[in-house]
Design a protein around this ligand. Structure first.
Ligand code: UDP
Ligand code: MG
Length: 328
């Protein structure tokens, strides 16, 4: 007998939730809602998704009329749902709140930005891949032609540095992705407070695929991600996913310690040659040796702190995709 862990095997069409975090987005919301409703209707008509599919807006403590707009749209159209957060908690947390709300109501959820920078038409391909058996479908930008050189340079550098430091991320993938219900269940077991979705979703695993799309420009309003927030975001990503920076300290300590041995040999030779000021050899050797030892000890202590850090995250050690077992 084959158990497939809770993938819904009914023959009804699967329910899709479009999860959209919004922070001060009153300018773009009406248009976004219109475009997403169109997309839902088209998909329902073609029999790809169920009638219970919804657009779920998360108001991330906006200071403008965003929530008023969402509640009005909800009254006027049953396909629109909303979640109002108690205050601004940032994009990642707003997104997580949306995904966790959708988790128990949908078969699959697609997260996207409110500004329609993510090409809405990629949704069709994502849904097709879900129907073809994928649990996670990553939206990947095919090009960054529309970005400025600076944004492109910093953003692509970001993915490279992240991967070099041991945080597994999908190149040029932001937060436009489809997740099946069981992938969301998996995600919900990552209980860490500093959740960096882009790095954690690949850890969930399950069959996954990519869909390429062109990223457009924000059609109204301005970016809520200035450079300062981008740097903070990158730091968050690296420190919440990897303890490799600590290992760099250990390596550095080891290196300095090696240099101190070289210095010891060198200063003994100089001292034997007799051309040194008295006291120089002992001072220079202790400076290098103590520096190296301090760095090395910091690194070793850091390794333990890194372990404690990972333990406190209480991540699932595995998620089961399938069990094959004969009964009896
Ligand atoms: N956002 C949010 N909370 C914040 C900042 C942004 O929910 O504190 C939302 C925002 O409304 C948008 C998405 O996150 O739907 C991406 O933000 P933005 O388009 O400003 O970022 P960019 O595309 O410039 O990187
Ligand atoms: Mg944007």
């Amino acid at each position: 007998m084959q158990h497939t862990e809770d993938k819904q095997e009914t023959d009804k069409e699967p329910v899709l939730y479009l999860v959209v975090p919004c922070y001060n987005e009153e300018e773009v919301l009406p248009e976004t809602a219109r475009r997403l409703k169109e997309k839902l209707s088209a998909l329902v008509e073609r029999g790809k998704i169920g009638k219970g599919s919804r657009i779920l807006f998360i108001n991330d403590g906006s200071r403008d009329r965003t929530w008023a707009l969402i509640s009005r749209m909800h009254r006027e159209d049953p396909r629109i749902s909303g979640v109002n957060l108690s205050r601004n908690r940032g994009h990642q947390n707003a997104l997580l709140a949306g995904l966790m709300t959708a988790k128990d109501r949908c078969d699959m959820a697609i997260s996207m930005d409110a500004d329609l920078q993510d090409d809405v038409d990629a949704v069709d391909e994502m849904v097709d891949k879900y129907l073809g058996g994928c649990d996670i479908v990553y939206g990947v930008r095919s090009s960054r032609k529309k970005d400025t050189f600076f944004k492109r340079f910093t953003a692509e550098g970001f993915y490279r540095v992240m991967n070099a430091l041991g945080a597994e991320t999908i190149f040029n993938h932001a937060d436009y992705r489809l997740m099946s219900r069981r992938a969301l269940e998996g995600l919900s077991r990552f209980r860490e407070v500093n959740l960096f979705l882009r790095g954690v979703v690949p850890m969930v695993g399950y069959p996954s695929d990519l869909v390429e799309y062109e990223r457009g420009e924000r059609f109204a309003g301005e970016s809520k991600y200035p450079l300062k927030k981008m740097i903070a975001f990158a730091m968050e990503g690296i420190t919440s996913l990897s303890t490799r920076p600590i290992r760099c300290i250990t390596g550095l300590g080891f290196l300095v310690f090696l240099v101190s041995i070289a210095m010891l040999i060198y200063s003994v030779i100089r001292w034997a040659g007799g051309d040194t000021v008295s006291g120089w050899a002992s001072v220079i050797c202790s400076v290098w040796a103590i520096g190296g030892l301090i760095l090395l000890s910091l690194g070793i202590i850091g390794e333990y702190i890194g372990k404690i850090y990972l333990e406190t995250k209480d991540r699932p050690r595995f998620l089961i995709q399938e069990v094959l077992d004969h009964e009896g």
